[in-house]
Design a protein around this ligand. Structure first.
Ligand SMILES: Cc1cc2nc3c(=O)[nH]c(=O)nc-3n(C[C@H](O)[C@H](O)[C@H](O)COP(=O)(O)O)c2cc1C
Length: 319
């Protein structure tokens, strides 16, 4: 089974990926958080920085794009191809209101005819692998069979399914019956994504779906950066590894971001996930959240690492 790192906007940018890959090698692919190309700007700014080969040395990477305009997708994909990428992923899953209001991400799923036309143009205009990461629909899982029929018309390199509809966001129960429907109604290579946060959940999934050869894991891997190693039978994450991972990320962000505030923002977001690994994280977490300077933040983190050990078997829970 191949295990990949799902894209998480704000978290799994190039710096995070390079530190993760250096310390916890073995993932099949990392997907970039989405870049939304426009006609004027197919690839620039943060999107370009995230995919620059210099920033991603040795990291197996697939860039992700968010758009509903075929010409913008094609222009950005060509720019990525010029940088050496052989696959580009289309985001049809983002549930955020600002994105769906523009009929992008999972909002694009509500325009099946437009989506069909989009794929027709994209697949005639490009000669690189185009993969798709999708939800089951915008408002209802009843949209799913029709959407799958559209996907089936095109040579999509791989279809990653997050079996929720838009209004489920990331918390409602997975709709596994719709994933099962896809397994028996498509010949496209499938990848599964959703709530695989522990080896137990992973093994239950792979028993239920022995034909699936690829899974994408997001929050579970952010909470426990060694999750894929554990799943593959390796040793569990140690506190020393988490301390080193934390230190390398902190140092990295401090060297590329200016001022304490953006660095603190990045680190605090990670603690939302890492805190699940500790028995009593509330107090130090509160001190971290209150910290306005890197030195206050660092003393709160040091206190946590000094006073608490990792909970054996702890993992992120979305519920
Ligand atoms: C903070 C956050 C940011 C995300 N950003 C993206 C993104 O840029 N592109 C994308 O396809 N999915 C994005 N996702 C969705 C994840 O890739 C993944 O589908 C979701 O977290 C479910 O998988 P998991 O249960 O393994 O975390 C994001 C999710 C979260 C929580």
């Amino acid at each position: 089974m191949q295990i990949s790192f799902a894209p998480l906007e704000g978290i799994t940018g190039w710096l995070y990926r390079s530190v993760h890959h250096a310390m916890f090698p073995g993932l099949h692919t990392y997907y970039t958080p989405f870049w939304a190309p426009t006609a004027d700007s197919p690839l620039s700014g943060r999107g370009l920085a995230d995919v620059l080969p210099d920033h991603n040395q040795g990291v197996p990477l697939v860039p992700q794009l968010l758009t509903n305009r075929a010409e913008d997708f094609i222009a950005a994909a060509k720019a990525l191809q010029d940088l050496g990428y052989q696959e580009v992923n289309l985001n049809l899953g983002c549930p955020s209101g600002t994105v769906t209001a523009k009929r992008k991400g999972s909002g694009f799923l509500s325009l099946p005819e437009h989506l069909d036309q989009f794929f027709a143009e994209v697949f005639s205009g490009l000669d690189l692998r185009v993969s798709v990461k999708t939800r089951l629909g915008l408002h209802s899982p009843e949209e799913w069979p029709g959407l799958l029929e559209i996907f089936n018309r095109y040579p999509i390199a791989e279809l990653t399914i997050h079996p929720r509809i838009r209004t489920d966001f990331y918390r409602e129960a997975l709709r596994m019956e719709s994933f099962r429907y896809a397994v028996s109604h498509t010949d496209l290579p499938l990848c599964f994504n959703g709530d695989l946060t522990s080896p137990l959940q992973y093994h239950a999934f792979s028993q239920d779906f022995p034909a699936i050869q690829h899974v994408m894991i997001g929050r579970g891997l952010v909470a426990n950066p060694a999750l894929a190693r554990e799943i593959q039978g390796g040793p569990p994450l140690t506190k020393e590894e988490l301390m080193e991972f934390h230190a390398r990320l902190l140092e990295g962000y401090a060297s590329v971001l200016s001022g304490d505030r953006p660095v603190l923002g990045k680190m605090k977001e990670l603690w939302f996930y890492w805190s699940h690994l500790f028995p009593a994280p509330e107090k130090p977490l509160k001190a971290m959240r209150k910290a306005r300077t890197l030195s206050d933040y660092t003393s709160a983190v040091q206190g946590l690492f000094r006073d608490q050990d990792l909970l054996p078997g702890a993992h992120f829970s979305p519920f």
